[in-house]
Write a protein that binds this ligand. Structure first.
Ligand code: PLP
Length: 367
């Protein structure tokens, strides 16, 4: 049995991969693979419409929000967001964009947005940590929000650092959230946000698809220099068909949405995700060899970074894990240590297998 703990591109439900394999050469009697179909043909149009409709149902997306399928990933959105929204309150030169910095992905978003407008960092989690590391979310009461910000940007799950919001801050400006690595893992109220975006390759499907959920009134404000293919209004007006969308990735994402519905929807997955995260964090907290350094109230349910207190065992840990079929546990190079990403498609049994292995490894090397 293989369990894949990659942070992304990441594990997909086996059932989905099996269905894709069985439909690879001939989708529903069409005689074609989905990869070979015109994006404007009836077959693919039905795949796209189903995927969009199922995502709308799963997240209960209100009717005044558009669901867009784009390319470029969340890193492209770091530029696309300010290109679409910096002018929301008037001229772009004087626009202020509020960002809260809670981890490596926030850092990237801030750096990119600063090319388009004045970025104001309303709070930076590094100021809470003596070593300047990201391991908590600054208390909302300490955030210095601007009076006239076009939007407030958050990364609601920091994939690299393992920090996740479990609250929605109060904000008079629309909240723009990078949800790449925890979208569909927990119930959210879409109406709390102006824009939700994310790359698909963490919790939805293959790399190449970016999902943007945007409130109607935030469309139509793009900078004149914004590329048409990244102007959300142009994309929305063309129902994500302004340019050729990533058709095969949309098809796989659509199969994942169907799979989530069969699991009982996002609420059922959330219940399982809470149980998976509790199993792993409780084990780590009670062990003498492993530790997690993130403040308890903002530990990510999806990405669990941890360290061996004896780091000379790191290489041995990874090779022994691999022998047991527990793959891709090495932490991000900027953080070090280990990281177990336990997305929707990771079954409880996979986390149990990891905990069993970690326990045995500890007994063997650190009794
Ligand atoms: C992976 C990730 C990104 C980057 O996604 P790309 O597809 O490489 O652009 C950005 N933000 C978060 C939170 C991520 O997890």
């Amino acid at each position: 049995m293989i369990y894949n703990f990659s942070a992304g591109p990441a594990v997909l439900p086996k059932e989905v991969l099996q269905q894709a394999a069985s439909e690879m050469l001939d989708w529903h009697g069409s005689g074609m693979s989905v990869m070979e179909m015109s994006h404007r043909g009836a077959e693919f149009m039905s795949i796209l419409a189903d995927a969009q409709q199922n995502l709308r149902e799963l997240l209960a997306v209100p009717s005044n929000y558009k669901i867009l399928f784009l390319q470029g990933g969340a890193i492209a959105e770091n530029a696309i967001v300010p290109m679409n929204l910096a002018r929301l309150n008037g001229s772009s030169e004087s626009a202020v964009l509020d960002y809260v910095c809670t981890g490596s992905w926030s850092v990237k978003s801030i750096k990119e947005a600063a090319k388009y407008a004045n970025v104001h960092v309303a709070a930076d989690a590094r100021s809470l940590n003596p070593a300047g590391k990201f391991n908590a979310i600054p208390d909302e009461s300490t955030w210095k929000l601007s009076a006239n910000a076009a939007y407030l940007h958050l990364c609601t799950n920091e994939t690299i650092d393992g920090v996740e919001y479990n609250f929605v801050p109060k904000s008079s400006a629309p909240i723009v959230a990078d949800m790449s690595s925890h979208i569909l893992s927990r119930v959210i109220n879409v109406a709390d946000y102006g824009v939700i975006y994310g790359g698909a390759q963490k919790n939805i499907g293959p790399a190449g698809l970016t999902i943007v959920i945007v409130r109607d009134d935030l469309l139509g404000h793009a900078l004149p220099s914004c590329p048409s293919a990244f102007n959300w209004k142009t994309v929305a007006d063309n129902d994500s068909m302004y340019n050729t969308p990533p058709t095969y990735a949309i098809y796989i994402a659509g199969l994942v949405f169907q799979w989530i519905k069969r699991q009982g929807g996002v609420a059922a997955l959330e219940k399982n995700n809470i149980a998976k995260a509790a199993l792993l964090y409780d084990f780590i907290d009670h062990s003498k060899l492993y530790e997690n350094r993130i403040a308890k109230e903002c530990r990510s349910r999806m990405n669990v970074p941890f360290f061996l207190r004896d780091e000379s065992l790191n290489a041995q840990f990874l090779s022994a894990a691999k022998e047991r079929g527990l793959l891709q546990l090495k932490g991000h190079s900027s953080v070090g240590g280990m990281r177990a990403s336990i997305y929707n498609a990771m079954p409880y049994e996979g986390v149990q297998a990891l905990v069993n292995f970690m326990q045995e490894f500890e007994q063997r090397h650190h009794p």
